[in-house]
Design a protein around this ligand. Structure first.
Ligand SMILES: [Ca+2]
Ligand SMILES: [Ca+2]
Length: 219
């Protein structure tokens, strides 16, 4: 292998390995009150039976059709972001309802493939992965206090992002409102990923290049 191609492959390998993941924000809503980074609709309420699915005792529940919003500022330099959270879908959320997740005004999920109840389908729909037991009828399983089916999903989005601020909006525009139907979120985590600066690349590449040369000389 030529020295230049060795250097290039080493640099590319290193840049992938040395991407810096930083947890910019995490919130499980277990210790109130709700921080000022949150605005819009939503209050901290009991996780009810979804505590068995990682929701702890409390989560942020939105009982209506308007937006819950998270605003973060002062983010360290980064190139990509991962937003993850647990999603509770309470009561009779009807499949075909509109649900939306956006960051900085860009939709990550904007679909009517959302809801709890659809005979013969037996899972919840929405962003992410269904984690609660499949249901067998309108009332089972019931993880809440109302006599309706409830479900939960785990959600994760990774996308290009470099701004020092981020705005996360989550909304159930066609909600009939609690106690008919509602959603909640928990375990909200924002992780940013930064690659090393060009100067750092060059130094690491040079160091490894020299190492490579030394190895070649020995062999
Ligand atoms: Ca919680
Ligand atoms: Ca409904």
């Amino acid at each position: 292998m030529h020295f230049k191609s060795l250097l290039l492959s080493t640099t590319l390998g290193l840049s992938a390995l040395s991407a810096q993941a930083v947890t910019a924000y995490s919130q499980d809503f277990e210790s109130g009150p709700l921080g000022t980074e949150w605005s819009g609709a939503g209050t901290i309420q009991g996780s009810q039976g979804l505590s068995a699915f990682g929701f702890g005792q409390l989560h942020l529940k939105n009982d209506g059709s308007s937006t819950t919003q998270l605003n973060l500022t002062g983010l360290a330099a980064h190139t990509t972001m991962t937003l993850s959270f647990s999603l509770a879908i309470w009561d009779s959320a009807d499949l075909g309802d509109l649900f939306q997740v956006a960051v900085d005004g860009n939709f990550l999920f904007n679909s009517t493939d959302f809801g709890n109840y659809y005979p013969g389908d037996n899972i919840s729909h929405g962003p992410g992965v269904h984690i609660t037991a499949p249901f067998t009828d309108f009332n089972t399983p019931n993880y809440g206090y109302n006599s309706y089916h409830d479900a939960a999903q785990t959600v994760s989005f990774t996308f290009a992002h470099s701004a020092s601020t981020m705005q996360f909006n989550i909304q159930y525009p066609s909600s009939q409102g609690a106690p008919d139907e509602a959603f909640g979120i928990d375990n909200v985590m924002v992780v940013t990923n930064a690659v090393p600066e060009p100067g750092t690349y060059a130094m690491m590449a040079a160091g490894l290049g020299l190492l490579g040369l030394a190895r070649r000389r020995r062999s």
